[in-house]
Unconditional design. Structure first.
Length: 581
């Protein structure tokens, strides 16, 4: 009898507990790359004339809370206060969630209807697989107070191959061939603790894009366009300094080990550094040391003895807020630099043919308050040497290769940095007017001068891809590097075609010149229904690196988004209003 009473008491307790709403998301919730909160934080920082650590992803909501603590709310413009309130509302949102004590389970369903049309099938989409939304989203988050969060982006949508196909006109997965069976793409487990309001740590295992540097075309150091890679990371954060150590699995036997350090000099200057290594082999415990400079190991000597090698990477970024409403930034990355003392008079010494491999990105970004919104301007320039990210074998080059489970899937190649890769000269300009929660309108202009090494075809032509990493030596001899490694015996072979690679300047070969003008607009009819449109015009000279070949293309995108969680909130607000009246 007592057991029955206990059972019914437990049922009643958990029934009430399940619907006892505890406001707010877990502080360990991670923000995906290109989440709208990153833009809002940038606006708040510019209005206060300071720089913080919001120019990288993913970050936790506890880190966002720490950044908000430095914002002077009373000094913000009317539009700036709306952005601040939107962030606070997002963090305190409890819609579509059930709670039991500190445990919270949340689902946030949304419907996206998108239609596309493109006039030239020989020109790639500019609204591509990175931009297209899933038809139906139902991401699930499990939060445990401010101590842990677990997330999976459950969805129904078209796969990446279909998103890149010129014959795709809708984002509706209407047959098995274009349905994305590889969900979720974004998933994570995140735990941590905030020692104070501004100091804490986060440990996470994620399947999420990472970025290190905020740029319109993606950071030349580490950009959000490398997708679906699994990573484990530890972040220690504070207002003056931040450290992140991570390991990211690109492919089998391909692990990127990275250290990132951010420091603020006053409130207007931020300097950051990233060091990484990409050996081709089993997991290596040496690279887990959080306070060791990875280059110190000279581990390429060990791997060369096994017929393999190690890719080395170094990046520096700087953010400066010289005045209010302006951010000036510089990003620099390097995968190879030959000092004069490394060269010799021996023509058989491979070091004489190792090309320098560096890239730089310079720009400025401005948000200027105007009435109920902001004018947004962004100007950027980008230069990458031909061999940035590229080494003597694809296996230790800074690129991830993947494919999908769907029949007929294409092979994908994602650079560690900006989606345009190495061997590229680029410039972009962006101007818009944005009213939060209302509407936005603007345009973008993009110019690219792309050399032949910027194309994924450099990998596919030698047969290197997700299914075959250890390629045959005879195929490796046609690799684009000045010399190639013998995977089996550790021998080195000169490549006569590219032996002068040390002297090449971007863009190489027959450069492809891309000019794209994009207009875009969005409108929020209410809290739960948004519309967007984006027409683009493109002119490509030397298309496909064929001299004299010119291609023109026009593409048009129209979309609508229904956020079901906001419908519930909107109805509740109306009910409360009627009750008060």
């Amino acid at each position: 009898m007592k057991s029955r009473r206990f059972f019914f008491a437990a049922v009643v307790f958990f029934s009430f507990a399940a619907f006892a709403q505890k406001p707010g998301r877990s502080g360990q919730t991670l923000l995906k790359s290109r989440h709208w909160i990153y833009d809002s934080l940038q606006i708040l920082e510019q209005e206060c004339g300071l720089v913080q650590f919001s120019d990288q992803s993913p970050i936790s909501l506890n880190q966002v809370k720490a950044m908000l603590g430095e914002i002077d709310y009373d000094a913000l413009s009317e539009a700036g206060k709306v952005h601040y309130d939107n962030i606070a509302e997002y963090m305190n949102d409890s819609s579509c969630s059930v709670n039991a004590s500190i445990l919270q389970v949340r689902a946030e369903p949304a419907l996206n209807l998108e239609g596309y049309v493109k006039t030239n099938k020989n020109v790639r989409w500019f609204y591509d697989r990175f931009e297209k939304r899933h038809f139906l989203e139902a991401p699930v988050t499990i939060g445990v107070g401010d101590y842990a969060a677990f997330y999976a982006d459950i969805f129904a949508g078209i796969n990446k191959s279909a998103a890149n196909d010129s014959d795709t006109y809708f984002n509706v997965p209407y047959n098995p061939k274009n349905f994305d069976v590889n969900f979720p793409h974004d998933a994570y487990g995140s735990v941590g603790y905030a020692f104070t309001d501004t100091v804490g740590f986060n440990v996470r295992v994620t399947n999420m894009s990472q970025s290190f540097g905020r740029a319109e075309t993606g950071s030349v150091i580490q950009a959000e366009y490398l997708t679906d890679a699994t990573s484990a990371a530890l972040t220690l954060y504070s207002p003056i300094a931040q450290y992140t150590g991570s390991i990211t699995q690109y492919n089998n036997r391909r692990y990127l080990y990275a250290h990132k350090v951010d420091a603020r000099i006053g409130k207007k200057v931020q300097l950051s550094f990233m060091e990484a290594a990409l050996p081709y082999g089993g997991m290596d415990l040496r690279f887990f040391n959080p306070m060791m400079f990875l280059h110190n190991y000279a581990s390429w000597l060990d791997y060369e003895a096994e017929g393999s090698d190690v890719g080395s990477f170094f990046g520096i970024k700087a953010n400066i807020a010289p005045v209010k409403h302006l951010r000036v930034f510089a990003l620099w990355s390097m995968t190879q630099f030959q000092l004069p003392v490394e060269l010799s008079e021996d023509n058989t010494d491979k070091d004489n043919y190792v090309p320098n491999a560096m890239g730089v990105q310079l720009g400025l970004e401005s948000y200027i308050p105007l009435q109920k919104g902001h004018l947004h301007f962004n100007l950027e320039g980008y230069y990458a040497q031909p061999y940035l990210y590229i080494n003597s074998s694809p296996n230790w080059s800074f690129v991830r290769t993947s494919s999908e489970s769907n029949s007929g899937s294409k092979d994908f190649y994602d650079w560690i940095g900006t989606r345009y890769g190495p061997d590229t000269v680029a410039a972009s300009f962006h101007a818009s007017y944005e009213v939060p929660k209302k509407w936005s309108a603007g345009f973008k202009y993009l110019f690219l001068a792309r050399g032949e090494f910027s194309e994924p075809g450099i990998f596919s032509k030698i047969g290197w891809g997700p299914r075959i990493l250890d390629i045959e030596d005879d195929k490796l001899k046609s690799w684009v590097y000045p010399y190639t490694g013998d995977n089996k015996h550790g021998n080195l072979n000169d490549n006569p075609k590219y032996k002068n690679g040390r002297n090449l300047a971007a863009p190489t070969g027959t450069p492809e010149f891309v000019n794209v003008l994009t207009f875009y607009g969005s409108y929020s009819l209410n809290e739960w229904l948004d519309f967007m449109t984006q027409p683009s015009f493109a002119v490509i000279l030397n298309s496909g690196h064929e001299k004299g070949k010119t291609e023109f293309s026009f593409e048009f995108v129209l979309g609508a988004r229904i956020k079901f969680t906001k419908i519930k909130k909107s109805l509740a607000d109306k009910k409360e209003t009627l009750k008060n009246e």
